[in-house]
Every structure is written in structure tokens, then in C-alpha cells.
Design a protein around this ligand. Structure first.
Ligand code: ZN
Length: 137
């Protein structure tokens, strides 16, 4: 009985239309990291860059500065030359998304950067058309 009910629920949910493209509850990807010796490897770095639609090098530069540690990119992974807990990495990645990716108006990640001048860039939202200036740290 119970398992049948769960199956029905599963089926009901499966038939709901996919509203994810319309909703603004975009989830910032969680870092999948592992500490190896004195280094930390972000194993899903390529995926994070894909979601952000930013260059891996740009995110890497930001993280390196934030963590005050050298980083290197390779094979869709980021190696940080320091021991960093996942919580701290998630904090930095979240800040990157909040500052440079997610639209402050509609909270969607469908944005791109237009030009840069004197340490400032224009963030343009493709979903709602908002434009605003972000400062490069
Ligand atoms: Zn927007």
C-alpha cells in the first residue's frame, strides 16, 4: 500500500510540467572537492564553469585571489595549492556567482559580461534585460 502510494506520487511528480526554466530558484552548484596532501582538488570545476557560462580561467583567477593560494586548471578540475575545506570553497563559489553571474533583478544565471573598463564590467541579463556594473576585485 505504502509503496504503491509512493509510486503514484513519483508518477504524479513526473508528469508535472518542467517549470525550472521559468522559475528563478537557480541553484548555485556545490563544489565537489577532495584534499590530497597539501592540495585541494575541485573535481567538478569544469561543470561549475559551464553552469556559470564563464571561462574556467576567470573563475580560477577569482578563487586564487580569494583563497590567497595558487591554482592550476587541468582536465576540467581545479587544483588549489592549499588545504581548503569544502565549506570555504562553496562560500567563495557562491560569492562568485552572486557577484558575477546571477542577475540581481530576476536571480537567473542567464547573464554575460559586456566590456570592461577601469576594473569595472557590465553584467547583462538575457532573461530580464537588466544591466548593471560590477567591480572586478
Ligand atoms: Zn535578470
Amino acid at each position: 500500500m505504502d509503496s504503491n502510494y509512493e509510486q503514484l506520487l513519483d508518477r504524479a511528480f513526473a508528469h508535472l510540467p518542467d517549470l525550472s526554466a521559468e522559475k528563478s530558484d537557480f541553484k548555485i552548484p556545490e563544489v565537489d572537492s577532495i584534499i590530497q596532501g597539501s592540495k585541494t582538488i575541485i573535481r567538478n570545476f569544469g561543470q561549475i564553469a559551464d553552469v556559470a557560462r564563464r571561462d574556467e580561467a576567470d573563475i580560477a583567477k577569482h578563487l586564487s585571489r580569494e583563497l590567497a593560494a595558487p591554482v592550476s586548471i587541468g582536465d576540467q578540475k581545479l587544483t588549489v595549492s592549499a588545504k581548503v575545506q569544502a565549506a570555504a570553497l562553496n562560500d567563495k563559489v557562491r560569492k562568485y556567482f552572486e557577484t558575477y553571474v546571477v542577475c540581481k533583478e530576476c536571480h537567473k544565471p542567464d547573464t554575460h559580461i559586456e566590456g570592461s573598463e577601469r576594473g569595472y564590467e557590465t553584467l547583462v541579463c538575457e532573461a530580464c534585460g537588466a544591466r548593471y556594473t560590477v567591480k572586478r576585485s
